[in-house]
Design a protein around this ligand. Structure first.
Ligand SMILES: NC(=O)c1ccc[n+]([C@@H]2O[C@H](COP(=O)([O-])OP(=O)(O)OC[C@H]3O[C@@H](n4cnc5c(N)ncnc54)[C@H](OP(=O)(O)O)[C@@H]3O)[C@@H](O)[C@H]2O)c1
Length: 308
């Protein structure tokens, strides 16, 4: 077991980018409940402030990645920065280049100027700067920027994240909530879903690390199962059976490619490739740093949020 940290040690001030993300809100809630830790929560829009947990331990700031001086000022005094800003779905306003690569470039430059000691980057299983897939490539390029920054760094590659606010958690509840669901490729690809609470405990652990250099690790959930099995387990917890119907992946990619002729982003062939990747085949370099929540507990909690 790879235990990187002393759970009782304080970690000073942690700056969190993409603080209004699903992961960010859970991370801030955990920080709010811990002694000896403060957070500076970075969001890009004033409206996003309303989504953040409130606590005397959390200060929030509105700053964009096109404001390098303000970014430096915001990070000054932080011991560690957790970089969560990033996207899977491109849109008219955000591409993989701006959302995943340029945001990281700006953050790394600002962290160096501000004298931040450590950066924790939440990346993705499959990240690879040479990948033909635009998403995996952008995550790999972001990793490369962090690796080349000279900062002490931890890069955490993550699988599908499950929690009430994650895109994956909401999609799972939506699909399992009915009597039948249509899934890509029959849902035969294997997943290693990770509880977002566990990820955030892992992130806080990596913030407290004292080692030099860069560590790249994968943090995955305790169970490997197919998407079909995940859906059916969730449906049973919701109190019913689920009939699973299949859409061929090639057909979905073709339709997404055609849709891409008239719109930008959304469900593109690249996204389809990501969400049907077999996570059991993707490289896992290290054991998890925290005790993992059993998948049954994660799913039970998820289903309870639907009922409430
Ligand atoms: N959820 C998963 O299953 C999963 C799996 C693997 C990796 N990850 C990675 O984990 C991180 C957190 O994921 P999440 O699901 O919690 O994210 P999320 O809820 O989708 O939130 C995305 C965040 O990125 C920010 N953002 C979007 N476009 C941006 C841009 N052009 N420049 C800078 N920031 C931008 C958003 O800010 P605005 O609200 O201002 O747009 C928001 O704070 C992301 O890097 C994601 O890629 C997630």
């Amino acid at each position: 077991m790879d235990a990187p940290v002393n759970d009782n040690a304080g970690s000073g001030t942690i700056a969190v980018t993409g603080a209004n993300s699903a992961v960010g809100k859970v991370l801030l809630a955990q920080i709010a409940g811990q002694d000896g830790v403060h957070a500076v929560a970075l969001v890009r829009r004033e409206a996003a402030l309303a989504d953040l947990p409130r606590s005397p331990r959390i200060a929030s700031r509105v700053v964009t990645y096109e404001q390098p001086e303000l970014l430096v000022e915001t990070l000054t005094g932080a011991d560690c920065v957790v970089h969560l800003a990033g996207i899977l779905f491109e849109s008219r306003t955000t591409s993989y280049r701006t959302g995943n690569v340029e945001s990281t470039r700006a953050l790394v430059a600002a962290a160096r100027s501000a004298g931040v000691h450590r950066i924790v980057l939440v990346s993705s299983l499959g990240a690879d700067p040479e990948s033909p897939n635009g998403y995996f490539r952008s995550k790999g390029e972001a990793e490369r920027l962090v690796i080349g920054s000279g900062l002490k760094a931890s890069i955490i590659r993550t699988p599908l994240l499950l929690g009430p606010a994650t895109a994956g958690g909401r999609a799972l509840l939506r699909a399992a909530g009915g009597r039948s669901a249509r899934v890509l490729g029959g849902g035969s690809h294997r997943l290693r879903p990770l509880d977002v609470d566990d990820l955030c405990r892992g992130i806080l652990g990596y913030c407290r690390e004292s080692g030099a250099g860069v560590r790249i690790c994968a943090m995955v959930g305790p169970t490997i199962l197919t998407q079909r099995e995940l859906l059916q387990r969730t449906a049973r917890l919701l109190g019913h059976d689920l009939a699973v119907h299949s859409t061929p992946v090639w057909l979905a990619r073709l339709m997404a490619g055609l849709a891409g002729l008239v719109r930008t982003g959304g469900m593109t062939p690249a996204v389809i490739e990501v969400i049907t990747s077999d996570e059991a085949n993707l490289c896992v370099d290290r054991a998890p740093a925290v005790t993992l929540t059993p998948l049954s507990d994660t799913l039970t909690r998820l289903c309870e949020t639907r009922a409430s």
